[in-house]
Design a protein around this ligand. Structure first.
Ligand code: 13P
Ligand code: SF4
Length: 378
């Protein structure tokens, strides 16, 4: 959800400004707004955007930062749409609004086209239909819905209403444990790989994880027996970036670079994830490299901008990109200095553009599911 305002300044002229000019103008707005402004940057952002961010992090860290922000009145989110929605929900909790004497934090996404193709693979009507269909064969009181944070606020709200929880790639195991302490089954969406990789580490087997295809008609393409015997019903969604890393890439690196360690994000497929040396969120990937001794050799399977930044920041190590083809997140890449400058100058002029606003009812139930996540991860 978002509100549309034309703003005081058109975007077109910003395209022709140099990065130096844009940086100077962005810095000017940062100085003018001071602590009222918080620019958050996800690790997949371009270097020049990261350099101008006040705080950077993975999805979990950024949602905590939004939840904890106190002085700020504006959050400009350099990331994708679901992240800005989450920031709006958490920064504008009723107790926070009260602390600010009724003032909301304005959350802005510099380019509205910065979505997430994985999040788009589960629409609320598809999830509601799946829930109703599941109710025909199993008791839905015995299913906990778990949504990856990479999902629209409407799905988080569905999860909150149905006793479920949100997770990120850094706490999916905790969220699944929490879910299994309540019910014997989980419906996990939208990323089948994160769901499968996490459940496998808990001893759940592949045959207990049917995949729900929202386009397959009856019972999402599974048989009644498969659903009755299931532990985790996985939504058929994936990240198009992380799907690009293949087992043969891992094999080739191991063959050609003896001693190399493979470090991947859990959105990668099972065949890649289970032969990797380390699997974890973007935050964990950064920490793992940071703590490794000089001379360590890595092949890293996650978004290109982060891997290139790690190469620059750790010249004492040997870092390779796991895939031979370029795989970058095209939507994260939409946030550039021109969009950042344009959105900041409109904000400073009092005519915010690209404001992300989640309606009260959706925000209320999403918050329930998000707060459960923050609690289990604390
Ligand atoms: P993180 O939770 O590791 O930040 O991942 C977000 C994401 O979109 C990965 O594709
Ligand atoms: Fe979505 Fe994949 Fe991009 Fe992450 S990397 S924002 S999951 S498309």
């Amino acid at each position: 959800m978002s509100t549309v305002s034309l703003g005081s300044f058109d975007f077109a002229p910003y395209r022709s400004l140099s990065n130096e000019e844009l940086t100077t103008r962005i810095q000017k707005v940062r100085e003018d707004l001071g602590s009222k402004l918080l620019i958050l940057g996800h690790h997949y952002q371009q270097d020049e955007v990261i350099e101008l961010s006040d705080l950077r992090g993975d999805s979990y860290q950024l949602s905590k930062m939004a939840a904890e922000s106190s002085d700020c009145r504006y959050i400009v989110f350099c990331g994708v749409h679901f992240m800005a929605e989450t920031a709006d929900i958490l920064a504008n909790r009723p107790e926070k609004i009260e602390e600010r004497n009724g003032q909301r934090v304005t959350v802005v996404l510099p380019d509205m086209a910065a979505g997430c193709s994985m999040a788009d693979m589960a629409a609320i009507d598809q999830v509601e239909n799946a829930w109703d269909d599941l109710g025909e064969v199993i008791d839905t009181n015995d299913i906990t819905p778990v949504t990856y944070i990479n999902s629209a606020a409407s799905l988080k709200s569905f999860v909150g209403k149905h006793g479920g929880i949100v997770c990120t790639s850094s706490n999916a195991d905790k969220a699944l444990k929490w879910a299994f302490s309540r019910t014997s089954r989980v419906l996990f969406f939208p990323d089948q790989h994160l769901g499968r990789n996490t459940a496998l580490t808990m001893g759940i087997t592949e045959d207990q994880m049917p995949v729900w295809n929202p386009y397959a008609g009856d019972l999402g393409g599974s048989t009644e027996a498969q659903l009755v015997d299931s532990k985790v019903i996985l939504w058929q969604g994936h990240c198009s970036v992380h799907q690009m890393f293949k087992k043969e890439h891992v094999d080739a690196f191991r063959r050609n670079h003896p001693g190399i360690k493979i470090l991947v994000h859990p959105e990668c497929m099972r065949e890649v994830n289970e032969i990797a040396d380390v699997s974890g969120s973007t935050g964990k990937i950064i920490e793992t490299v940071r703590k490794a001794p000089a001379g360590t050799k890595w092949a890293i399977g996650t978004e290109l901008h982060l891997v290139n930044r790690l190469k620059k920041e750790h010249p004492e190590q040997e870092i390779h990109f796991l895939s031979p083809v370029v795989c970058m997140c095209a939507t994260m890449y939409r946030i550039d200095l021109a969009h950042l400058c344009w959105s900041l100058e409109n904000l400073a002029a009092g005519t915010p553009v690209n404001e992300i606003y989640v309606d009260d009812e959706t925000a209320k139930w999403s918050r329930v599911a998000l707060e459960r996540m923050l609690e289990v991860s604390a």
